[in-house]
Design a protein around this ligand. Structure first.
Ligand SMILES: [Zn+2]
Length: 403
């Protein structure tokens, strides 16, 4: 903790009096109390760690169950100072008794009150949602910022992301998904944007790293990200994913593959538009190769020229797969609308652009030519080349005309 109460009820913040001599003197004169439980706390002054308050061992205070690391305390302090430099009047460690929660830093901006949760240790999805809803109940806006050391980079555009990482996702006004993070060790903000999952754990993404003092509050609250991961990297990753997928032991009892074989669909010769990167892909936990295959077999494979289906057919087919536990939706506590319709609309839009479908009136899609399986890899590779030549990421696509 970086704040405590004095005997006279005043709040002392180490940030404002970050002066060892002063604090040493104060420690001789004063007693300090936890703002949350009222118990005595100790002011810890060392040369390596930033000054902070701590409960005595064995204290029943909730604060002790989630002890804060040096990394967390330093990050909290830097974010607080950054908001001060931006001429806002932030408050450090604000406790809300009604919800039994303590925000790391609270500030007001453009008529809204934001509660920063600088989260460095992994917490459960339930806890994340509970705290998010707690703030919302008090009409406060939670602002989750991930501790930067939790970002695991595999190579330039490739990251290992767990369910915990995905909880932090936010959406820009142009529907780009991003994860805000801050690292007090490098003193930089980190934005992971345009996250395109290849598999459950691996994702391509763009990283934007900016020193704290070059980031404005608006950059944090309403960022925009101009570039997308390269299509070539995507093709390479997807190829690798499929290679591993088809040699794993699981393939002998994979219900997914069994279903494909029962329909005489060769999973190695699916069309190139199965397994493509779309901005809303993170919404479904499974690889886009899996969920786009389901759409392919449910609505496209073997269909004849002139046949049609509607957007709600697509939606229903995916919901059915979710009910059967074949697909799973990720939860994004910070994003209010459901992203599934966006992901499906992006996919349909892409199929229309690639000429696989023609969009008719309302939200109907027609099949312009028979959808037949490829014979042999030569045909597949040529098709894939042709498909990706015309493929591009759709910026500012809001999908509403589709649903
Ligand atoms: Zn306490």
């Amino acid at each position: 903790m970086l704040t405590a109460k004095l005997s006279n009820g005043k709040i002392i913040t180490v940030a404002e009096k970050n002066n060892l001599t002063f604090l040493r003197h104060l420690r001789k004169q004063e007693k300090f109390y936890c703002r949350q439980c009222g118990e005595r706390v100790i002011l810890k002054l060392g040369s390596k760690r930033i000054p902070h308050f701590a409960h005595e061992k064995g204290s029943p205070c909730l604060e002790r169950f989630e002890p804060e690391s040096e990394y967390h305390n330093r990050g909290k302090l830097y974010l607080y100072e950054w908001l001060q430099q931006n001429s806002l009047s932030p408050q450090l460690e604000v406790y809300y008794p009604a919800i039994l929660q303590r925000a790391d830093v609270v500030f007001a901006y453009n008529g809204k009150t934001y509660c920063i949760e600088f989260q460095c240790a992994s917490i459960s999805e339930q806890e994340f949602i509970k705290r998010t809803k707690g703030y919302q109940r008090l009409s406060l806006n939670p602002l989750w910022i991930l501790g930067g050391k939790n970002i695991f980079r595999k190579n330039r555009q490739k990251y290992s992301l767990s369910a915990f990482h995905y909880l932090f996702l936010q959406k820009t006004s142009s529907n780009q998904l991003y994860l805000p993070a801050f690292c007090p060790e490098t003193d930089k903000f980190i934005f992971l944007a345009n996250i395109m999952p290849v598999s459950v754990r691996t994702s391509l993404a763009n990283i934007f790293i900016k020193p704290r003092n070059f980031v404005s509050v608006n950059d944090l609250l309403a960022p925009s990200f101009p570039s997308f991961p390269s299509v070539d990297s995507w093709r390479e990753e997807m190829k690798q994913f499929k290679t591993t997928f088809f040699i794993g032991k699981h393939i002998y009892n994979s219900p997914f593959l069994k279903e494909l074989y029962s329909l005489s669909v060769n999973p190695r010769l699916l069309p190139p538009y199965v397994g493509i990167p779309l901005p809303s892909n993170p919404v479904i936990e499974e690889s886009p190769f899996i969920w786009q295959t389901y759409i392919y077999i449910d609505l496209l494979a073997g269909r004849k020229q002139g046949q049609s289906f509607s957007f709600s057919d697509v939606n229903l087919s995916v919901l059915k797969r979710i009910r059967k536990n074949q697909l799973h939706l990720r939860s994004f506590p910070n994003i209010k609308q459901s992203l599934l319709p966006f992901a499906l609309a992006e996919y349909m839009h892409c199929l229309v652009k690639a000429g696989v479908l023609i969009k008719g009136d309302g939200n109907t899609f027609y099949i312009p030519r028979d959808i037949v399986p490829y014979c042999g890899f030569g045909g597949f590779e040529k098709e894939e080349e042709r498909f990706y030549l015309q493929f591009s990421f759709q910026q500012n696509f809001d999908g509403r005309e589709y649903f």
